[in-house]
Design a binder for this molecule. Structure first.
Ligand SMILES: Nc1ncnc2c1ncn2[C@@H]1O[C@H](COP(=O)(O)OP(=O)(O)OP(=O)(O)O)[C@@H](O)[C@H]1O
Length: 234
């Protein structure tokens, strides 16, 4: 039997996803299998429309597969209620999106605090965590700014701090450096990789960025709905 320490964090077994397009059915993901473990930084490459976001949505339980199984920390997502999937996502997964997705009416500090509040963590320990994270991403002193006062890079750094706030074992990112210049992208990347290494978490990151792919422990490529693992040079 596999010991809990080495059990995969995420396991996809022969997963397919079909969407209805008018009368027709279109399979956008075919027979995808994959295991992700804590401590790994894994990159997903692939052309536009190849099925990368679909895969992220299935891993996070936003969407369910047409065939096959998706298991997160030993829980098969299709067997959970919608409410259970929402809680699992909130407590065990952090997200970083290309478009930052910060809440515009909340300050920087409030944005980062949100995942802690949603998982019932308040008080001085939560305050301390928010302060520490904002320091780590170089935004100490900007706590009370609103997102629209920040540059794109600063907003993405807040988004990284927010995704890491509740120390989720799984971090999903959809082109986290897509809107950033090279130097700022690199900073965001270092924060992301540093954060998951510190927390012994796993990051699964969709990107077109070769710098990001060069840091990966493993690389997957999506080609027209089929997932392949690419050898990474030692
Ligand atoms: N809800 C849906 N209903 C119908 N078709 C969908 C739906 N979601 C995605 N698709 C289709 O599935 C295919 C894969 O889309 P997906 O968003 O996963 O690709 P992607 O690799 O993330 O693309 P990009 O890099 O452009 O974001 C596309 O052809 C898309 O039109």
């Amino acid at each position: 039997m596999t010991s809990p320490a080495s059990a995969p964090l995420v396991e996809l077994h022969d997963v397919s996803k079909t969407y209805a397009e008018g009368e027709a059915l279109r399979e956008v993901l075919t027979g995808a299998s994959l295991s992700l473990h804590r401590g790994e930084f894994v990159v997903l490459l692939g052309r536009s429309g190849s099925g990368k976001s679909t895969l992220l949505n299935l891993i996070s339980g936003i969407d369910l597969p047409t065939r096959g199984t998706v298991t997160v920390e030993g829980r098969e997502l299709s067997r959970l209620s919608e409410r259970e999937r929402t809680l699992l996502r909130r407590e065990r997964i952090g997200f970083v999106f290309q478009a930052f997705n910060l809440l515009p009416t909340l300050t920087v500090e409030e944005n980062v605090r949100l995942p802690l509040e949603l998982t019932g963590r308040t008080g001085t320990a939560a305050d301390e965590r928010v302060r520490e994270l904002l320091g780590q991403v170089g935004l100490g002193g900007r706590e009370r700014s609103f997102p629209d006062r920040l540059s794109g890079g600063e907003q993405q750094r807040v988004a990284v701090a927010r995704a890491l706030a509740h120390a989720p074992p799984l971090l999903l990112a959809d082109e986290p450096t897509g809107n950033l210049d090279e130097q700022t992208g690199r900073q965001v990347l270092d924060l992301l990789v540093g954060g998951i290494r510190r927390d012994n978490a796993c990051a699964f990151v969709v990107t077109h960025d070769p710098d990001l792919a060069a840091l990966a422990d493993r690389i997957f490529v999506m080609e027209a709905g089929r997932l392949h693992e690419r050898r990474v040079k030692p």
